[in-house]
Design a protein around this ligand. Structure first.
Ligand SMILES: Nc1ncnc2c1ncn2[C@@H]1O[C@H](COP(=O)(O)OP(=O)(O)O)[C@@H](O)[C@H]1O
Ligand SMILES: N[C@@H](CCC(=O)OP(=O)(O)O)C(=O)O
Length: 264
């Protein structure tokens, strides 16, 4: 039995949308294939997806994310529907059902809402349906206006993984691993394959996003890793350019960065 039985997978905008700003259909299809395979092998799989706004920029033919919150929220409303219909189609090809769950951070502070959410997720699992979660950006501004450094989908995925007692969280991004510095800015940066503790040195290596579409960069991924290890679980960070890499993580191959503390 693998120690990645119940898994939360988080996919970032930088994976869902190409560098040219187009919806990355081949990657979404491969993600659907990989997660469907895992589900049929008996894993419990939950997907946390970003990309609603990134997808909407493509649909609306806009060059960049607008600064105004209402405009971003309108884009989220446009893109979320399109994103889910793309997932529905991709997963349907592999005869895998999916269900949308939109969350806001206040759910985690409200016992009744949290219990309802967990009941719905557990029922989806029992029905062999893959839950697909995003933040409900239309009504939540904590993430969009960057007021809270934790208000992002990396953090959301870590909170969900903890609530459902997942064996681990796998984050798909546009870098192969955590590096000693942002590899897009520093050509001498070296990958770090194993992290047992988030030290100040590691923290200072992580900066924001330079992809133009992602929001949190590496800082929010380290915060998610820190939270996950503090709750005795583990997190892997891998490149989302080939989602089949998820299978390598599950079979214990050393790719990307594995964040696992002593008690994880
Ligand atoms: N130490 C680091 N190692 C790797 N990537 C880093 C580091 N510091 C900053 N980054 C940036 O984080 C980005 C990934 O975060 P982000 O763009 O938010 O992606 P996503 O959309 O997948 O969440 C990388 O493309 C890179 O620009
Ligand atoms: N909820 C937003 C994405 C927020 C987010 O955290 O983005 P990312 O840094 O790409 O994971 C959306 O769907 O556009």
């Amino acid at each position: 039995m693998t120690d990645w039985q119940k898994i939360v997978i988080k996919v970032g905008t930088s994976t869902i949308v190409t560098e040219e700003g187009r919806v990355n259909y081949p990657v979404i299809n491969r993600l659907a294939q990989t997660l469907s395979t895992l589900q049929k092998e008996g894993h419990q799989v939950l997907l946390v997806t970003s990309g609603a706004i990134g997808v909407a920029l493509d649909q609306m033919d806009l060059p960049a994310r607008p600064k105004e919150i209402p405009k971003q929220q309108a884009l989220a409303a446009i893109g979320q529907g399109y994103l889910m219909s793309t997932y529905h189609q991709s997963f349907a090809f592999y005869k895998q059902m999916v269900g949308q769950v939109l969350l806001t951070y206040d759910v985690f502070d409200n016992p009744a809402m949290l219990a309802n959410t967990k009941n719905a997720i557990e029922t989806l699992f029992a029905e062999h349906v893959i839950p697909i979660i995003n933040e409900n950006d239309v009504i939540a501004v904590d993430e969009l206006d960057h007021q809270h450094s934790f208000g992002d989908n990396d953090r959301l995925a870590a909170l969900v993984a903890n609530e459902i007692q997942a064996d681990g969280l796998i984050i798909l991004s546009d870098v192969d691993a955590l590096y000693t510095a942002n590899p897009n800015l520093d050509p001498t940066a070296q990958p770090i394959h194993r992290v047992k503790q988030i030290t100040d040195e590691i923290r200072s290596s992580a900066t924001g996003s330079t992809s133009g579409l992602g929001t949190g960069g590496m800082s929010t991924k380290l915060a998610a890793a820190d939270f996950t290890m503090a709750h005795h679980s583990k997190m892997a960070l891998i490149n989302g350019n080939d989602p089949a890499n998820i299978l390598q993580i599950i079979s214990g191959e050393p790719i990307g960065t594995l964040f696992q503390g002593q008690k994880s």
